[in-house]
Design a protein around this ligand. Structure first.
Ligand code: TXA
Ligand code: MG
Length: 358
């Protein structure tokens, strides 16, 4: 693929006005562009134009049965995309939109099958990032946007990641800030069950936490794929969950246990040159080479650094990486969910050795 790609600079809506208008024009006319959002950079195209979404799949090298998230800039833009707006969607929008939350709802005929991956549901999100919102408004159409990485590689959290993955494959890349959140949006299904009542189900954890969703809605089920590998042939509620994801070239092993146990594990298993990706507090016992992805209790920092570090490990030529697993409360659940995929589900339980007294 050899497209002419242009770089458009928009760090805010004032100085970036012309770039935002230019990106909007490209998208309105059927082109595709990498754009910033607060979660990760998205590869955007007109969600209502099958030719544009076909270009997205092609540029990403993504299987076209994996549905796209439709991005809107205002609440009124939701209704035409879905068959019905349930009360639960109103509650969640009031609490978390604009923001890193995607809702899955029964789709209206307006949304082409190519956008929904052939499903009868559609994923919708209203991002918070001002430049993203400016670009949606300038385009004048809802924007389908998966993460702007080549399929299989970690999601892009800086414009440079987009250049690395998509230069020559898209019409434009918008140069803007590093993504504040760093992991993709929380995905919740609000589709009705057999009794016609909405059955909220968390499909992908993100910066809007399970605890926050339960506070807003009461009962929220958690899809099995959030915490474990789905068995062969299982019903997949979120097609994205079945692909190997976020993976660097290195062999990643996720190590559970406290800091001391993690340190012991490294001592026992690590060969020279193999990497530790750990918490700030682990550094004194992690040896070399080691990279920290934030303090153990600071899940927001871990999320923000995660994908850049996975790419960094590739740049460093790491062959194997032992990652210290986060706790799964709050945003930690999102970090853990991405790491088990980066690790291809290689997860080990480290045990702290208790000294045997003579
Ligand atoms: O934060 C984000 O959500 C970013 C930014 C760009 O907004 N986008 C993003 O898109 O992460 P993507 O395509 O990489 O991930 C979308 C996820 C996939 O796992 C996909 O299977 C799921 O959402 N999904 C989309 N539509 C769905 C639907 N109708 N039913 C179930 N899952 C759906
Ligand atoms: Mg993605």
């Amino acid at each position: 693929m050899d497209k002419k790609t242009i770089l458009l600079k928009a760090y805010d809506c004032d100085s970036g006005r012309e770039a935002i208008e230019a990106a909007g024009r490209i998208l309105r006319e059927g082109g595709i562009a990498a754009i910033p959002t607060e979660t990760v950079y998205g590869l955007a195209g007109n969600a209502l134009d099958p030719a544009a979404t076909a270009k997205i799949y092609e540029a990403k090298g993504r299987p076209s049965d994996n549905p796209l998230i439709v991005h809107i800039a205002a609440w009124e833009e939701l209704a035409p995309l879905v068959r019905r707006v349930p009360r639960e969607a109103e509650l969640l929008a009031a609490a978390f939109w604009p923001g890193p939350l995607t809702m899955i709802l029964p789709k209206a005929p307006l949304v082409p099958d190519t956008t929904s991956g052939g499903l009868d549901t559609v994923a919708v999100r209203m991002p918070r990032d001002p430049v993203a919102r400016g670009i949606i408004r300038a385009a004048g159409v809802p924007l389908a946007a998966p993460s702007a990485n080549r399929s299989g590689s970690p999601s892009p959290t800086t414009w440079r990641h987009c250049v690395d993955d998509l230069w020559g494959r898209v019409d434009a890349i918008v140069e803007s800030h590093d993504c504040q959140v760093g992991v993709e949006s929380t995905v919740i299904s609000l589709c009705p069950g057999p009794d016609g009542k909405t059955q909220p189900r968390l499909l992908r954890p993100g910066a809007v936490t399970l605890e926050q969703l339960r506070e807003a809605l009461g009962e929220v089920a958690v899809d099995r794929g959030v915490l474990e590998r789905l068995p062969e042939g299982a019903v997949v509620h979120s097609p994205g969950m079945k692909y190997k994801h976020y993976a660097p070239a290195a062999d990643v092993i996720l190590v559970k246990g406290n800091s001391a146990a993690y340190g012991e594990y490294l001592k026992e298993h690590r060969a020279p040159g193999e990497y530790a990706m750990c918490f700030e507090e682990d550094l004194p016992l992690a040896g070399e080479p080691a990279l920290s992805y934030g303090a153990a209790a600071d899940h927001a920092a871990q999320a923000a650094r995660l994908f850049d570090l996975l790419r960094e490990l590739d740049r460093l030529g790491a062959k194997r990486v032992y990652v210290h697993a986060p706790q799964v409360d709050g945003v930690g659940l999102a970090v853990y969910n991405r790491l088990i995929r980066a690790a291809g589900f290689q997860i080990v339980e480290a045990e702290e050795k208790t000294e045997i007294q003579p």
